[in-house]
Design a protein around this ligand. Structure first.
Ligand code: PEP
Ligand code: MG
Length: 321
């Protein structure tokens, strides 16, 4: 079976009925990027920048960040690099003193874009580093934990400031860096229309979206059964988000674990997803599942899927694929 999978390295990610699906990689190291490239990923769909801030006592400088991002861009040889801005918080605390060490509800606290906006100078440093790296290949900037327009507007303003300051210094900046929001707070999923003019793409973070939609801690052992993307309300919300993207010409990816599981492929295709972002370790399995899928028939079965009343019915729907 390994050898069979290995043969898929050079095969297109195309459904049985001939529709091309994009598979981007989630990456946070040079090894991940090399692996993604070797497996024929369409690019990196989620580059987690937290690693630059963890396990150390001082903040990374602009130069250090720039070199890491440029490395990523060059390693992808022309394929798109989606760089997520810092997603730290008391849930993923660093030692630099940036994130709060503890707060009563870390998942609902000062994390993601909230933390970045609370430290605009540090945020500008990161944005400048990303813009500088964008001179070396296609780059998209992805903002985590967005809940509404105000935050996205502030990011746009800071991005303009970062670009202007670089231009004033005569530094090289890429022609465009597309801007996108992570959709992981339910309010953002329901409020896509409020930010649509400020984003070029969105990426659904199902790890957090499931946590917030089901009010279920993603790391709570006793709640592992409840914490599942196969909840009817999760599927309905995803279907709305994908449909919004189609109607408005906004590319929508899923970058949560949900998209890394080959077993979920029929479900996500049925709901209308075309762009997956997943860890390279399961990329070939997911490609295999896509190649075995008949998109037309899955799309016709979406109505039945969206009428499922519980997880068992969703599992039965999947068994019939
Ligand atoms: C997510 O929330 O689905 C996601 C991809 O981000 P993280 O797991 O880093 O919170
Ligand atoms: Mg998240």
């Amino acid at each position: 079976e390994r050898a069979q999978l290995a043969r898929l390295r050079r095969q297109p990610t195309r459904t049985k009925d001939g529709v091309d699906i994009r598979l981007y990689a989630n990456a946070e190291s040079r090894e991940d990027v090399a692996e993604a490239h070797a497996l024929g990923a369409d690019g990196v769909g989620l580059y987690r920048t937290e690693f630059l801030f963890l396990k150390r006592n001082e903040l990374p400088t602009e130069e250090e960040q720039f070199l890491a991002y440029r490395d990523l861009v060059l390693g992808l040889a022309g394929r798109v690099a989606t760089i997520r801005t810092l997603d730290l918080g008391a849930d993923k605390a660093d030692r630099t003193g940036l994130a709060l060490r503890s707060e009563p509800n870390p998942a609902l606290g000062l994390r993601g874009v909230r933390l970045s906006l609370a430290h605009p100078d540090l945020f500008l440093t990161q944005l400048r580093a990303i813009l500088r790296a964008s001179a070396y290949g296609p780059v998209r900037i992805l903002v985590p934990m967005v809940s509404g327009r105000e935050e996205m507007q502030q990011v746009c303003d800071l991005l303009d400031r970062a670009r202007t300051s670089l231009q004033d210094e005569g530094r090289q900046v890429g022609p465009v860096a597309e801007l996108g929001a992570m959709i992981e707070v339910p309010a953002a999923a329901l409020g896509l229309g409020d930010i649509v003019d400020l984003v070029d793409f969105v990426s659904v973070g199902t790890n957090d979206l499931v946590q917030y939609l089901l009010a279920t801690d993603r790391n709570h052992e006793a709640l592992a059964e409840l914490y599942s993307p196969r909840h009817p309300s999760v599927l309905r919300l995803l279907s709305e988000v994908f449909a919004f993207g189609r109607r408005n010409g906004i590319p929508v990816a899923v970058c949560g674990e949900m998209a890394s599981e080959a077993a979920n492929v029929p479900l996500l295709l049925a709901l209308g997803l075309r762009d997956f972002s997943l860890h390279p370790s399961t990329l070939l399995e997911v490609r295999k599942a896509v190649r075995e899928a008949d998109l037309g028939s899955l799309r016709r079965r979406a109505t039945t899927l969206l009428r499922c009343h519980d997880r068992a019915a969703i599992d039965r729907w999947l068994q019939r694929c």
